[in-house]
Write a protein that binds this ligand. Structure first.
Ligand code: COS
Length: 382
């Protein structure tokens, strides 16, 4: 792994940094308060090439690689965690279709995702009764004359109400025919397909400017051409997509915590108690030193996973280690930031409390910390 960035990576990082500092950070508190979906911002990110960072140029992507993608995610999340998760899922959906889609599927959907014509993409794997264990999903895809009929419920779907296309997983064989995760297939469902109902938006603790909904499929018919990849091989597509997605969430957590650490340092220099800035107290210095060290370690793990992905090497374990460590470290950094701010950390006048709320979900979605530990342990003990 090269620790120095290439010129192209540095350019993507700088572009994301500048946009986030100028447009995202100043609007993040308002987005959190109003839960407004930032459609114009997402279009602007698409124009900057940030909706398909690791997607081939022939499909409208920036083709800048997985490391550039992680760097961009860190910078965007540093400005606004909610915008960052919408960007992460859209990038993941674009990558999945670019990698596993037929030529027609790729040409129909990927340029619309990367250009911003679709406000976002959605990834519909989780169900009310199947979160950590997606192999237990119950959504059914039944063959009909026109293609497949989807029936079932999906839960916690990021951007579900705004996505132009959703990647949806469903059972194409009964557990008796094909046990466990084997009888699951993957479909592309376009917004507005009859039989698809969008549930009410969740009232979340954090990332409130992102949209999270349940989806209901009731006799939702999609053509044969909506099948993504081979019949019954959808579970592996989900697992491979999540490996990459976990790098994105590690990066998101690092971005949120980087903003928090910047604030810790600035506030510690400015806030005076006992006749001196609190930055002069060892208690505060040690908190800042721990945060800085843990964040740097998280960054290295995240970029290592991304650089293995980019080199075409296995990276599932590395992505899980990056997500586990980065999200847990980021939680500690955001918590220390509140502590350093004292009472001011507990009120909405400062962003500290928002970072703590925003960062919490990174230990839950795209695989909980517990799932990451089990992926890591299985890799070692296999
Ligand atoms: N890449 C490619 N293939 C993979 C894979 C990966 N990272 N992980 C598993 N697979 C394959 C396995 O090789 C196996 O293939 P075969 O059927 O050919 O043997 C198949 O997928 C099933 O794997 P496994 O038996 O390990 O599946 P489990 O049901 O035990 O699940 C975990 C494994 C726990 C890793 C998986 O369920 C998981 O990631 N859960 C968390 C889900 C998640 O992140 N949800 C968030 C949704 S998005 S917000």
């Amino acid at each position: 792994m090269h620790l120095d960035l290439t010129e192209a990576q540095a350019l993507v990082q700088q572009t994301a940094h500048d946009y986030a500092a100028r447009h995202l950070a100043p609007a993040a508190a308002e987005l959190d308060r109003t839960e407004r979906f930032p459609s114009e911002t997402l279009r602007a990110l698409a124009e900057l090439g940030l909706m398909g960072v690791n997607v081939p140029a022939e499909l409208g992507g920036a083709e800048a690689g997985a490391v550039a993608y992680a760097l961009a995610m860190i910078e965007i999340a540093r400005g606004c965690a909610a915008t960052a998760v919408t960007m992460a899922v859209t990038n993941m959906v674009g990558e999945v279709i670019a990698r596993f889609g037929s030529d027609a599927q790729r040409r129909r959907h990927v340029p619309r995702l990367t250009s911003g014509e679709y406000a976002a993409g959605a990834f519909a794997l989780t169900e009310p009764g199947a979160g950590s264990d997606p192999g237990a999903m119950r959504t059914q895809a039944t063959r009909v004359a026109e293609g497949f009929r989807l029936d079932g419920e999906k839960q916690w779907i990021t951007s579900g109400a705004h996505a132009g296309v959703m990647v949806v997983w469903a059972r194409t064989a009964t557990p008796a025919e094909l046990p466990g995760s084997r009888g699951i297939s993957c479909f592309l469902v376009e917004a507005g397909t009859p039989g698809l109902t969008i549930g009410k938006a969740e009232d979340k603790m954090g990332i409130r400017g992102s949209n999270t909904v349940a989806l209901s499929f009731d006799g939702c018919v999609v053509p044969e051409t909506a099948l993504l990849g081979e019949l019954h091989s959808g579970f592996k597509i989900a697992m491979m997509a999540l490996d990459g997605g976990r790098i994105g969430i590690a990066a998101q957590a690092i971005g949120i915590a980087t903003a928090a650490l910047d604030e810790s340092a600035a506030y510690a220099r400015e806030r005076r108690q006992f006749d001196r800035p609190i930055a002069e107290f060892q208690a505060i210095q040690w908190m800042i030193a721990d945060s800085r060290t843990e964040l740097d370690a998280a960054r290295l793990l995240c970029l290592r996973a991304a650089s293995r992905k980019e080199a075409g090497l296995s990276f599932s374990q590395e992505a899980s280690m990056a997500k586990l460590f980065a999200t847990e470290a980021a939680g500690r950094v955001c918590d220390r930031n509140v502590q350093i701010h004292g009472g001011y950390g507990f009120v909405r006048d400062f962003p500290a409390e928002r970072h703590l709320r925003d960062v919490r979900v990174t230990r839950i979605y795209e695989g909980t910390s517990e799932i990451q530990r089990s992926v890591i342990a299985r890799g070692l003990l296999r």
